[in-house]
Design a protein around this ligand. Structure first.
Ligand SMILES: [Ca+2]
Length: 472
């Protein structure tokens, strides 16, 4: 797993410690029978739900995805006890649009949420509302970023119908001003790294609702810039020479932040890694490992509370991070490094250690959560439940996903992937580029000119989708 120049002792010791930690895990039970309330769906055995998501963690930054450098022992263990979706896409690879997509089950072209800081449209049927009506206690922890930005409280009307809520809008500092605002908008400051504080608050909230039928959503800020891991995680990568992806170019990885405002010359993060992409990558991986450590702590507590066998766990991220691929940085691009996200589902009634190649998307989370909850689908939601796939079925799954961007730094584009091919079009639905991801997984050869008929077929699909989502 480690690269050729790794610091062998601490990395090996780290993995041994992590292995010892997960060795005590009990075998998963058959699940969900032990629920305490009346059934909510015909014949259904509803599960609790623990939905954990990262920010800016690309879909390849996992040991179980064969990443050569990053250490994710707890997420690897989660995948080993559940299903790893190897081809999951963000339907809108930027913070706020992803969140609106997650909590409404609708595309940005339907909700109008395609830019940061927008809110969930008033009156939209939310995932939390559907879970509330189904008898769930819904709880949210962490970064929200819907309706505003900054180190500020989220007022009740912006909380997407979550009953319990503790978090903040969006704030780009891990070490200072780590403040979470509760339901009464009262601030609680933590003298801890933001990632560890998120883990602490998630555990506290889990303990408070573990004896009910619950749906807990935990939103981590990591590994979004600025790259400020705690030293004990950075130590694991200190001597690593990161493996560059074949499409990677040397870039200046520094990104200034709005909250708090940072400028290149005075920003302490810039002073740490300057324009050194290797140092950025070491710090990014350390933030991922710190996130992984906290996911492990939450899952440990879930088991200790006796809820492991009747809780579906989902792990994902809002979007990825270009980090030099195609000479680009940040997100909001149609390239795989930006649009591919991790996806692990541990379904107590599902398969263990399974990996699926089907194309799935963030728009599928809404119907999937309701399906695992034993609740009826919501007519306003798009997407498809992945439940059949985690139970070893789904042979009729159609391999198609769509993603989009509008008005942001990455430009306006629409993307459709069908099978091995990926077509990108502009907002007028004119093809821009076509990739064959089987032959060319790093998207280094545009085959639009050679594969005109293929492009037309994908475009037809995109046109049909566009007509659907723009229909009044
Ligand atoms: Ca984000």
């Amino acid at each position: 797993m480690a690269g050729p120049c790794h610091n062998a002792v601490p990395r090996r010791q780290f993995l041994q410690d992590a292995a010892a930690g997960v060795a005590g895990l009990s075998l998963l039970g058959l699940g969900c029978e032990g629920q305490r309330r009346a059934q909510v769906g015909a014949g259904a055995r509803p599960c609790n739900l623990l939905f954990i998501f990262a920010d800016q963690m690309h879909g390849f930054a996992l040991g179980c995805m064969n990443h050569p450098d990053v250490l994710t022992p707890h997420l690897d263990q989660l995948a080993a006890s559940g299903t790893l979706f190897r081809n999951c896409y963000s339907a809108a690879p930027v913070c706020t649009p992803f969140r609106a997509n997650l909590f409404t089950g609708r595309y940005g072209s339907q909700t109008g949420v395609l830019r940061n800081n927008q809110r969930i449209p008033e009156g939209a049927r939310t995932l939390a509302a559907a879970l509330n009506d189904g008898g769930y206690t819904t709880s949210y922890v962490g970064k929200w970023h819907l309706g505003a930005t900054g180190n500020v409280a989220v007022p009740a009307h912006l909380r997407g119908d979550f009953q319990h809520f503790i978090g903040y809008q969006a704030y780009n500092d891990y070490e200072k001003n780590v403040i979470f605002f509760d339901e009464d908008m009262a601030p609680r400051q933590f003298p801890r790294h933001r990632t560890d504080a998120t883990g602490d608050v998630a555990i506290e909230r889990l303990e408070a609702i573990a004896d009910r039928r619950f749906a807990l959503f935990v939103s981590f800020q990591s590994p979004h810039y600025p790259e400020q891991p705690s030293p004990r995680f950075l130590d694991l990568y200190r001597d690593l020479r990161p493996t560059r992806r074949p499409n990677c170019q040397e870039i200046d990885p520094y990104i200034g932040t709005q909250e708090p405002p940072s400028r290149r010359e005075t920003d302490p993060v810039y002073r740490i890694y300057g324009n050194n992409l290797d140092e950025y990558l070491r710090r990014y991986y350390a933030l991922v490992t710190q996130l992984d450590d906290n996911v492990g702590r939450i899952l440990d507590r879930l088991r200790q509370l006796g809820r492991e066998d009747d809780t579906v766990v989902i792990f994902t991220s809002d979007h990825g991070d270009m980090q030099g691929s195609h000479g680009l940085k940040n997100k909001n691009r149609y390239y795989e490094e930006s649009v591919r996200i991790p996806c692990i589902v541990r379904d107590p009634r599902g398969k263990r250690g399974d990996a699926r190649e089907e194309l799935v998307s963030s728009v599928d989370f809404f119907p999937s959560v309701l399906d695992y909850a034993g609740l009826a689908p919501e007519p306003t939601a798009e997407g498809r439940s992945v439940l059949p796939l985690t139970r070893g079925r789904g042979s009729d799954w159609e391999d198609v996903v769509i993603s989009e961007s509008c008005g942001a730094a990455g430009g306006d584009w629409l993307m459709v992937r069908m099978g091995r091919y990926k077509l990108v079009a502009d907002r007028r639905l004119q093809p821009v580029v076509l990739f064959d991801l089987e032959r060319d997984p790093y998207e280094m050869r545009d085959v639009l000119a050679q594969e005109g008929r293929r492009a037309a077929s994908l475009r037809q699909r995109l046109v049909a989708w566009h007509e659907h989502v723009t229909r009044g």
